[in-house]
Design a protein around this ligand. Structure first.
Ligand SMILES: *Cc1c(COP(=O)(O)O)cnc(C)c1O
Length: 365
């Protein structure tokens, strides 16, 4: 049995340090924000090279609050990819703004910048590129366009912590980067968690209030905010794991280049890392028209897989109120029907990787 990700195995590999960190927080009596969270914020800022980092309750809240701090609200339009997790677009609607979807490049599953340009109107205020599966979107072209049109760029880095684009860390290229610490992300907590990174001092100061009910000083509420704070326990756990993240990303890259070598020649679309990027492979995702049959075959062989994502965003019932023209997203539609993520977690053994490759080969034999 090979799971798609082995969180128990990862815990076992660093159990002593994690248990010590957890015990330290429990004994401290301080459970929300506080010194552990402040230290994690500093460490994430150092790791990414961002000036400011604000810890929040989830990656979804990171996106919601970053958009709010960027001034997005009713009447505004925000352009994003047609192919992502629902959170990317849901937060736009939640703020009363309108999500505007663009199709993806099938080569990297990220948004096509020329299509962003075509969808800009006088109401467009921001763009959310997603660095899907851990591979950076085309940021140079997007930043040039956003600069020319005066749009904010909020990067969805939920799957890309540590990924770089032309030497720059994702999340520090646009106005803000939104990180998720959901357990299956490359840096996963033992529950929900998230962070916003930014180099914009004004935005950082506003975010520091927005996530604690709009308060600068306790019980003095300058703006309307919400409760989106990170637990000290999660911060202490994440601080232990952050030290291992570069090694884990390297191991993911080794696993995925092994797959790329071993699966070459089969009737599959394999992920192609672009030049000038460091892909961190939160997911190793292949594509085939026989996706459902392949997934069933692998399940019978005891191999866990996942579909990221089975329904492209414009096709979700939750967005039916937008009355979109669904013929505008052929690449996203096709991806939803053909993608399959394989186990590529850092702790995989060579035997496990061989087993996955053999099982895929036996399907096509
Ligand atoms: C996981 C994820 C999110 C949401 O993060 P949560 O921490 O689960 O709220 C947003 N966008 C993408 C692309 C994700 O993968």
């Amino acid at each position: 049995m090979i799971p798609i990700i082995d969180l128990k195995g990862q815990y076992q590999s660093i159990k002593k340090e994690i248990d010590e960190a957890v015990a330290r927080v429990i004994a401290s009596g301080g459970y929300i924000l506080g010194p552990e969270v402040e230290s994690l914020e500093k460490e994430i800022a150092t790791f990414t090279g961002a000036k400011y980092a604000i810890a929040v309750n989830s990656g979804t809240d990171a996106l919601l609050l970053a958009l709010k701090a960027a001034g997005i609200g009713p009447g505004d339009e925000v352009i994003t990819t047609a192919f992502s997790f629902i959170a990317t677009a849901e937060v736009i609607s939640f703020l009363g703004a309108k999500p505007v979807f663009v199709d993806i490049d099938p080569a990297d599953y990220n948004l096509v910048v020329s299509q962003v340009e075509r969808k800009i109107t006088s109401r467009t205020k921001a763009v959310i590129p997603v660095h899907l599966y851990g591979q950076p979107a085309e940021m140079d072209a997007l930043m040039a366009l956003a600069g020319a049109k005066g749009l904010k760029v909020i990067e969805d880095c939920a799957q890309s912590l540590g990924a770089t684009y032309k030497g720059r860390v994702t999340g520090t290229i646009g106005d803000a980067g939104c990180i998720s610490f959901f357990p299956t992300k490359n840096l996963g907590a033992f529950g929900d968690g998230g962070m916003i990174i930014t180099n914009d001092e004004k935005m950082a100061n506003l975010l520091k209030k927005l996530h604690v009910h709009g308060a600068g000083e306790k019980y003095v509420h300058e703006v309307l905010g919400m409760n989106s704070r990170l637990d000290a326990l999660q911060a202490a756990i994440l601080r232990v794991k952050l030290k291992y993240l570069p090694g884990w990303s390297k191991q993911r890259n080794e696993n995925t280049s092994f797959y790329n070598r071993s699966l070459k020649g089969l009737p599959l679309t394999l992920p192609v890392p672009k030049a000038d990027v460091y892909h961190v492979y939160n997911q190793y995702t292949i594509a085939t028209e026989k996706r459902d049959e392949l997934q069933k075959h692998l399940k019978e062989k005891g191999i866990g897989t996942a579909i990221h994502y089975p329904i492209a965003l414009p096709f979700q019932q939750a967005f039916s109120y937008l009355n979109l023209d669904l013929t505008e997203y052929p690449a996203a539609k096709k991806a939803a029907q053909s993608v399959l993520s394989l186990p590529a977690f850092p702790e995989m053994t060579p035997a496990q990787k061989d087993e996955v490759v053999a099982a895929i080969k036996s399907f096509f034999a």
